[in-house]
Design a protein around this ligand. Structure first.
Ligand code: NAP
Length: 293
């Protein structure tokens, strides 16, 4: 059983979940979610923009794991911002997933009329359709502005977070509001030598674990929810087998030194990146969000 955190509204959320970004083949999505559920994951993270919500929903049904035991997250994308648009997007996602409520619904990115969207999330929450509401990719200023504007604090902010981009300042601000951090791309998708970092390799050797396991463990020891993605069963199993070792304070401090304090995957304050996000809408297959070219 995976440990859980308690969100600011009392809802419990597993500390390790399973992501399905860039698994565009629907059969593969279904198979990998089935493998994840079989191997003990109880949090599944998808998004309308991933185009695989139906397959996630199918896997949930076929898994025979009781619905109430699975924490299901999806997200409204930038083309679904605005009050009415997000209400409609929510029901479309729910329908594709084959569910009658969501555990967590996120505003995927702070672009477009996300204020209208946040109002929609609050209404859906009060209507009992979502157990927790959240945001994703909100930086220090955007998050603070949203909270102060609404006086309704989101439960979760899902952010790029890995040893190369540790977000200390943002995490401090979120802790002040009791907003739960959730780490996307915990391995930075293996980019920029993440799996070969000497510090991580040595720590992994010390514990007879792999570098991905050290990274997952590093997250959960900070009470950060983490959602690795893999389509391979051995890795799916490996990424969740992290509850039988502990990183020492010296090891945690050594990992701190890997922080480069800049994103590897998505810089929401770079106008080229903003354009890339909007381009993704027109060509989601060819323009993946981690394509740095
Ligand atoms: P990630 O989890 O950092 O990395 C996934 C990559 O690592 C895949 O290429 C996978 O390959 C490989 N991998 C996984 N486990 C491994 C292991 N034990 N050993 C070696 N390689 C391993 O990247 P991500 O998928 O971008 O992020 C995770 C989840 O976060 C996504 O699936 C999505 O749900 C969410 N996310 C959210 C946002 C957002 O804007 N909110 C953005 C990106 C991602 P294989 O699949 O071939 O094993």
């Amino acid at each position: 059983m995976i440990s859980e955190v308690t969100l600011n509204n009392g809802i419990k959320m597993p500390l390790i979940g399973f992501g399905v970004f860039q698994v565009s083949d629907l059969e593969q999505t279904k198979e990998s979610v089935l493998l994840a559920l079989k191997n003990g994951y109880r949090l599944i993270d998808t998004a309308s923009s991933y185009g695989n919500e139906e397959a996630v929903g199918q896997a949930i049904i076929e898994s025979n794991v009781p619905r109430q035991d699975i924490f299901v997250t999806t997200k409204a994308f930038v083309n679904q911002m605005g009050y009415n648009e997000t209400i409609q997007a929510f029901y479309e996602s729910l329908n594709k997933l084959g569910l009658d409520y969501l555990d967590l619904y996120l505003i995927h990115m702070p672009f477009g009329d996300y204020y209208g969207s946040y109002r929609a999330l609050i209404d859906l929450y009060h209507a009992g359709k979502i157990r927790a509401i959240g945001i994703s990719n909100f930086d220090e200023a955007r998050l603070t502005d949203l909270v102060l504007n609404f006086n309704v604090v989101p439960q979760v902010n899902q952010i790029e977070h890995h040893p190369h981009f540790q977000r200390t300042k943002l995490l401090d601000i979120m802790a002040g509001y009791n907003i739960q951090p959730e780490a996307w791309a915990p391995f930075a998708e293996g980019m920029n030598g993440m799996f070969d970092e000497d510090i991580l390799v040595n720590i992994a050797k010390n514990h007879k674990k792999s570098v991905p396991q050290v990274i997952i463990r590093w997250n959960i020891q900070q009470d950060i929810v983490v959602i690795p993605k893999s389509v391979h069963e051995n890795r799916i199993q490996q990424n969740i087998a992290v509850q039988d070792f502990e990183l020492s304070s010296e090891e945690m401090a050594a990992i701190k030194n890997l922080d480069m304090d800049k994103p590897d995957m998505l810089d929401i304050n770079d106008s080229k990146e903003v354009r890339r996000v909007y381009d993704y809408l027109n060509n989601p297959v060819l323009t993946t969000l981690n394509d740095n070219n």
